[in-house]
Design a protein around this ligand. Structure first.
Ligand SMILES: [Zn+2]
Length: 235
Protein backbone atom coordinates (compact mmCIF):
# COMPACT_ATOMS: atom_id res chain seq x y z
CA UNK A 1 0.00 0.00 0.00
CA UNK A 2 2.94 2.30 0.78
CA UNK A 3 3.88 2.37 -2.93
CA UNK A 4 0.43 3.53 -4.04
CA UNK A 5 0.59 6.56 -1.79
CA UNK A 6 4.10 7.67 -2.74
CA UNK A 7 3.38 9.61 -5.99
CA UNK A 8 0.60 11.54 -4.26
CA UNK A 9 2.77 12.42 -1.25
CA UNK A 10 5.47 13.70 -3.62
CA UNK A 11 2.89 15.77 -5.50
CA UNK A 12 1.60 17.27 -2.24
CA UNK A 13 5.16 18.11 -1.14
CA UNK A 14 6.09 19.77 -4.42
CA UNK A 15 2.85 21.73 -4.87
CA UNK A 16 3.56 24.58 -2.38
CA UNK A 17 6.93 25.15 -4.11
CA UNK A 18 5.18 25.53 -7.45
CA UNK A 19 2.51 27.82 -6.05
CA UNK A 20 4.92 30.13 -4.17
CA UNK A 21 5.74 33.24 -6.19
CA UNK A 22 8.23 35.96 -5.19
CA UNK A 23 6.59 39.05 -3.71
CA UNK A 24 8.24 41.63 -5.95
CA UNK A 25 6.55 44.46 -7.78
CA UNK A 26 9.05 46.10 -10.26
CA UNK A 27 7.27 49.47 -10.35
CA UNK A 28 6.62 50.90 -6.91
CA UNK A 29 3.26 52.24 -5.76
CA UNK A 30 4.26 55.86 -6.47
CA UNK A 31 5.10 55.04 -10.08
CA UNK A 32 1.94 53.00 -10.65
CA UNK A 33 -0.19 55.83 -9.23
CA UNK A 34 1.68 58.39 -11.35
CA UNK A 35 1.13 56.44 -14.60
CA UNK A 36 -2.59 55.95 -13.91
CA UNK A 37 -3.02 59.61 -12.88
CA UNK A 38 -1.42 60.78 -16.14
CA UNK A 39 -3.76 58.51 -18.12
CA UNK A 40 -6.73 59.89 -16.19
CA UNK A 41 -5.59 63.48 -16.86
CA UNK A 42 -5.21 62.84 -20.55
CA UNK A 43 -8.79 61.59 -20.82
CA UNK A 44 -10.01 64.22 -18.35
CA UNK A 45 -11.44 61.53 -16.12
CA UNK A 46 -13.13 62.79 -12.98
CA UNK A 47 -12.26 59.87 -10.71
CA UNK A 48 -8.84 60.51 -9.11
CA UNK A 49 -9.60 58.40 -6.01
CA UNK A 50 -10.74 55.30 -7.93
CA UNK A 51 -7.83 55.63 -10.33
CA UNK A 52 -5.31 55.90 -7.51
CA UNK A 53 -6.69 52.85 -5.70
CA UNK A 54 -7.13 50.83 -8.91
CA UNK A 55 -3.56 51.47 -10.04
CA UNK A 56 -2.08 49.48 -7.16
CA UNK A 57 -4.93 46.98 -6.62
CA UNK A 58 -3.12 44.10 -8.40
CA UNK A 59 -0.21 44.37 -5.92
CA UNK A 60 -2.21 45.27 -2.79
CA UNK A 61 -5.52 43.41 -3.26
CA UNK A 62 -5.19 40.71 -5.92
CA UNK A 63 -1.57 39.80 -5.08
CA UNK A 64 -1.40 37.77 -8.30
CA UNK A 65 2.28 38.44 -8.96
CA UNK A 66 2.36 35.49 -11.32
CA UNK A 67 0.23 37.55 -13.74
CA UNK A 68 2.53 40.59 -13.70
CA UNK A 69 5.17 39.07 -15.99
CA UNK A 70 5.74 39.22 -19.70
CA UNK A 71 8.15 36.72 -21.22
CA UNK A 72 9.19 37.02 -24.84
CA UNK A 73 12.05 34.87 -26.00
CA UNK A 74 12.47 37.14 -29.06
CA UNK A 75 13.09 40.15 -26.81
CA UNK A 76 16.70 41.44 -27.10
CA UNK A 77 17.91 40.16 -23.75
CA UNK A 78 21.47 40.55 -22.45
CA UNK A 79 22.72 36.97 -22.18
CA UNK A 80 25.76 38.11 -20.15
CA UNK A 81 23.77 39.91 -17.45
CA UNK A 82 24.81 38.87 -13.93
CA UNK A 83 21.62 40.05 -12.20
CA UNK A 84 19.07 37.98 -14.17
CA UNK A 85 18.59 35.18 -16.70
CA UNK A 86 17.00 35.64 -20.10
CA UNK A 87 13.51 34.15 -20.43
CA UNK A 88 13.38 30.50 -21.39
CA UNK A 89 9.61 30.50 -21.74
CA UNK A 90 7.09 32.40 -23.79
CA UNK A 91 3.94 34.04 -22.39
CA UNK A 92 2.71 37.45 -21.37
CA UNK A 93 -0.02 37.21 -18.70
CA UNK A 94 0.52 40.93 -17.89
CA UNK A 95 -0.71 42.02 -21.30
CA UNK A 96 -3.47 39.43 -21.23
CA UNK A 97 -4.73 40.73 -17.87
CA UNK A 98 -4.47 44.34 -19.06
CA UNK A 99 -6.62 43.42 -22.07
CA UNK A 100 -9.17 41.68 -19.87
CA UNK A 101 -9.58 44.73 -17.63
CA UNK A 102 -9.80 47.09 -20.60
CA UNK A 103 -12.46 44.82 -22.06
CA UNK A 104 -14.33 44.90 -18.75
CA UNK A 105 -14.04 48.71 -18.66
CA UNK A 106 -15.79 48.93 -22.04
CA UNK A 107 -18.97 47.54 -20.53
CA UNK A 108 -18.77 49.85 -17.48
CA UNK A 109 -19.53 53.52 -16.90
CA UNK A 110 -18.38 56.34 -14.61
CA UNK A 111 -15.74 55.83 -11.95
CA UNK A 112 -16.19 52.06 -11.97
CA UNK A 113 -14.92 52.15 -15.56
CA UNK A 114 -11.94 54.27 -14.53
CA UNK A 115 -11.03 51.90 -11.75
CA UNK A 116 -10.85 49.07 -14.31
CA UNK A 117 -8.74 51.21 -16.65
CA UNK A 118 -6.34 52.01 -13.78
CA UNK A 119 -6.06 48.29 -12.98
CA UNK A 120 -5.35 47.61 -16.67
CA UNK A 121 -2.60 50.27 -16.59
CA UNK A 122 -0.92 48.41 -13.74
CA UNK A 123 -0.62 45.16 -15.70
CA UNK A 124 0.33 47.00 -18.89
CA UNK A 125 3.20 48.91 -17.24
CA UNK A 126 4.38 45.80 -15.38
CA UNK A 127 4.71 44.05 -18.75
CA UNK A 128 7.05 46.85 -19.83
CA UNK A 129 9.63 46.67 -17.07
CA UNK A 130 12.86 44.70 -17.40
CA UNK A 131 12.46 42.83 -14.11
CA UNK A 132 9.18 41.36 -15.33
CA UNK A 133 10.65 40.35 -18.68
CA UNK A 134 13.53 38.33 -17.27
CA UNK A 135 13.79 35.34 -14.97
CA UNK A 136 15.78 34.52 -11.81
CA UNK A 137 16.40 38.21 -11.20
CA UNK A 138 18.24 39.38 -8.10
CA UNK A 139 15.62 40.42 -5.52
CA UNK A 140 17.74 43.36 -4.32
CA UNK A 141 18.06 44.80 -7.83
CA UNK A 142 14.32 44.48 -8.25
CA UNK A 143 13.39 46.35 -5.05
CA UNK A 144 16.22 48.94 -5.29
CA UNK A 145 15.05 49.68 -8.81
CA UNK A 146 11.47 50.20 -7.58
CA UNK A 147 12.37 52.66 -4.87
CA UNK A 148 14.88 54.55 -7.05
CA UNK A 149 12.24 55.10 -9.76
CA UNK A 150 9.61 55.99 -7.12
CA UNK A 151 11.96 58.65 -5.72
CA UNK A 152 12.54 60.15 -9.17
CA UNK A 153 8.80 60.21 -9.88
CA UNK A 154 8.21 61.87 -6.50
CA UNK A 155 10.91 64.45 -7.30
CA UNK A 156 8.80 65.80 -10.18
CA UNK A 157 11.90 66.78 -12.21
CA UNK A 158 11.23 67.61 -15.85
CA UNK A 159 13.73 65.01 -17.02
CA UNK A 160 15.40 62.28 -15.09
CA UNK A 161 17.32 59.08 -15.52
CA UNK A 162 18.08 56.40 -12.99
CA UNK A 163 20.38 53.37 -13.19
CA UNK A 164 20.13 50.41 -10.82
CA UNK A 165 22.10 47.17 -11.30
CA UNK A 166 23.12 48.35 -14.75
CA UNK A 167 19.52 48.95 -15.88
CA UNK A 168 18.57 52.50 -16.83
CA UNK A 169 15.09 54.03 -16.91
CA UNK A 170 14.33 57.58 -17.96
CA UNK A 171 11.28 59.82 -17.70
CA UNK A 172 10.91 59.29 -21.47
CA UNK A 173 10.49 55.55 -20.88
CA UNK A 174 7.64 56.21 -18.44
CA UNK A 175 6.05 58.68 -20.90
CA UNK A 176 6.32 56.05 -23.64
CA UNK A 177 4.47 53.56 -21.42
CA UNK A 178 1.74 56.15 -20.75
CA UNK A 179 1.43 56.91 -24.50
CA UNK A 180 1.26 53.22 -25.39
CA UNK A 181 -1.43 52.53 -22.82
CA UNK A 182 -3.49 55.61 -23.76
CA UNK A 183 -3.43 54.47 -27.39
CA UNK A 184 -4.78 51.11 -26.28
CA UNK A 185 -7.56 52.78 -24.24
CA UNK A 186 -8.71 55.01 -27.10
CA UNK A 187 -8.37 52.37 -29.81
CA UNK A 188 -11.06 50.18 -28.29
CA UNK A 189 -9.03 47.25 -29.61
CA UNK A 190 -9.87 43.78 -28.39
CA UNK A 191 -7.58 42.38 -25.68
CA UNK A 192 -4.24 41.12 -26.99
CA UNK A 193 -4.03 37.42 -27.78
CA UNK A 194 -3.59 35.25 -24.74
CA UNK A 195 -0.04 34.07 -24.06
CA UNK A 196 0.70 30.56 -22.94
CA UNK A 197 -0.45 29.80 -19.41
CA UNK A 198 2.47 29.64 -17.00
CA UNK A 199 2.89 26.48 -15.01
CA UNK A 200 2.27 28.25 -11.69
CA UNK A 201 -1.07 29.70 -12.70
CA UNK A 202 -2.02 26.33 -14.17
CA UNK A 203 -1.23 24.65 -10.84
CA UNK A 204 -3.08 27.42 -8.95
CA UNK A 205 -6.21 26.83 -11.02
CA UNK A 206 -6.08 23.06 -11.07
CA UNK A 207 -4.49 21.91 -7.86
CA UNK A 208 -7.88 21.87 -6.04
CA UNK A 209 -9.66 19.61 -8.55
CA UNK A 210 -6.38 17.69 -9.03
CA UNK A 211 -6.10 16.91 -5.32
CA UNK A 212 -9.77 15.83 -5.23
CA UNK A 213 -9.22 13.50 -8.20
CA UNK A 214 -6.09 12.09 -6.52
CA UNK A 215 -8.15 11.46 -3.35
CA UNK A 216 -10.81 9.56 -5.31
CA UNK A 217 -8.06 7.50 -6.97
CA UNK A 218 -6.55 6.54 -3.60
CA UNK A 219 -9.97 5.44 -2.29
CA UNK A 220 -10.52 3.41 -5.47
CA UNK A 221 -7.09 1.74 -5.19
CA UNK A 222 -7.70 0.95 -1.52
CA UNK A 223 -11.11 -0.52 -2.38
CA UNK A 224 -9.66 -2.67 -5.16
CA UNK A 225 -6.85 -3.91 -2.92
CA UNK A 226 -9.37 -4.81 -0.22
CA UNK A 227 -11.69 -6.60 -2.67
CA UNK A 228 -8.86 -8.66 -4.14
CA UNK A 229 -7.36 -9.64 -0.78
CA UNK A 230 -10.82 -10.78 0.43
CA UNK A 231 -11.22 -12.90 -2.71
CA UNK A 232 -7.80 -14.46 -2.16
CA UNK A 233 -8.62 -15.24 1.49
CA UNK A 234 -11.89 -16.92 0.52
CA UNK A 235 -10.06 -19.34 -1.81
ZN1 LIG B 1 2.59 44.60 -10.25
Amino acid sequence: MENDKRPISILLLVMPLLIAAPDLFAWGGVTHRYIARKVCERFECQCPKEVELGSTAPDREFKDTVNHHCYDMEWPCDEDASTYSCPVKQGCPALKKSGEWLDKARSQTGCERWRSIAIASHYYSDGEVIWHKVQKETGECHSDFESAVDNKVKGKQKDWSVTVCGETVTKTDIDRIIDGFCALVSSGAPPPAAGKVRVESFVREWWGPGAAAAGVLVVLLLGLRLAFSKKRRRR
